[in-house]
Design a protein around this ligand. Structure first.
Ligand SMILES: Cc1cc2nc3c(=O)[nH]c(=O)nc-3n(C[C@H](O)[C@H](O)[C@H](O)COP(=O)(O)OP(=O)(O)OC[C@H]3O[C@@H](n4cnc5c(N)ncnc54)[C@H](O)[C@@H]3O)c2cc1C
Length: 287
């Protein structure tokens, strides 16, 4: 089912994002975690697409498996990285042949060390161009795109970033999933600005519950973590249980507020783990 058809049935969607496991042990671990998350009956799940090589093949294999064997409504992420027009057509035919109806189309990040993203030979420089190409080629996917409540890091200003985002929805993206953030007020301001710019589709907030010190160091700056949260986690360095509880309390409060103020759902960056997401769901369901 297309995600836009799920929207017609569900005022709010709850979705989970995975990445393809790297080896056999991670694959077993992933299976156990997906089993737990399935019990939460997600509206849809999505699988990220890596920068190159075998990880891309693993994305295709995993979306096919989750859709066909597990029966989850599964969205494949796909990026401009390394993709010529010919490759895009071949990949879209493959994805379509697996019964996948939903695509998350992204530009991708520049390779490590590169100052800026360069379009690959025969390919595209922006997600909006990829969206337009796939639409023009006649594929009937439901397409989502990325959105950045704290501004995409390469954009000079928020208004330029939102003007660029508008190109993505105008090209055919039917909904947006946000980058992770920790500042709800910033998300709501961003949604208002998008509406003022004529972006009418659902902008689903992306949630990353912080469960460890290393996750905090990786993601706090990206999501504009508030100083009070930063200070608390820093003060608990070396105390994993306290950090986990602090991250969970914050995420639960964040999700509660988003839903109470009518956010159109929650998209969880699960990092292939189930515990935190299951705990958040159980707590929200109990209140
Ligand atoms: C929910 C989510 C899931 C993600 N999943 C993946 C994944 O699976 N694999 C992966 O590699 N990455 C993934 N990413 C990361 C993403 O690839 C990076 O954030 C990347 O830097 C930008 O991708 P985009 O599609 O948002 O780019 P774009 O929408 O193309 O925007 C990139 C930058 O270019 C600017 N821009 C856009 N259009 C124009 C234009 N026409 N003219 C001038 N400037 C323009 C924008 O303002 C922005 O600064 C994900 C991001 C999100 C939010």
């Amino acid at each position: 089912m297309k995600i836009t058809d799920i929207f017609k049935q569900q005022a709010r969607t709850f979705s989970f994002e995975f990445f393809p496991p790297k080896d056999e042990i991670s694959a077993v671990d992933f299976g156990i975690n997906v089993g737990q998350l399935m019990k939460l009956n997600p509206s849809f799940v999505s699988v990220t697409y890596g920068a190159g090589g075998s990880s891309q093949e693993r994305t295709f294999a995993l979306v096919g498996y989750l859709q066909q064997k597990i029966g989850l409504q599964t969205m494949a992420h796909y990026t401009c990285v390394g993709a010529s027009r010919e490759k895009i057509i071949a990949d879209m035919q493959l994805i379509q042949s697996m019964g996948i109806e939903n695509l998350m189309l992204l530009r991708g990040d520049p390779p490590q060390g590169a100052a800026a993203f360069e379009a690959p030979p025969g390919g595209f420089a922006y997600a909006s161009e990829l969206v337009a190409f796939i639409r023009a080629a006649g594929f009937d996917f439901c397409i989502g795109g990325g959105a950045y409540p704290a501004k995409h890091p390469e954009a000079a200003t928020m208004s330029q970033d939102i003007a660029n985002l508008k190109k993505k929805t105008a090209a055919g993206a039917s909904f947006l999933l946000s980058q992770l953030f920790f500042d709800n007020a910033g998300y709501f301001r961003f949604v208002e600005k998008c509406r003022a710019a004529g972006i009418d589709c659902r902008i689903i907030p992306g949630i990353l519950p912080i469960t460890s010190f290393s996750q905090w160091t990786r993601f706090a700056a990206m999501g504009n973590a508030p100083e009070a949260l930063n200070e608390k986690i820093k003060s608990y360095e070396g105390q994993p249980k306290k950090i986990y509880q602090t991250g969970m309390d914050f995420a639960i409060g964040q999700c509660r507020e988003l839903l109470s103020k009518n956010a159109p759902g929650l998209h969880f960056f699960t990092l292939n783990k189930s515990r935190a997401t299951v705990e958040i769901f159980e707590t929200l369901a109990g209140n």
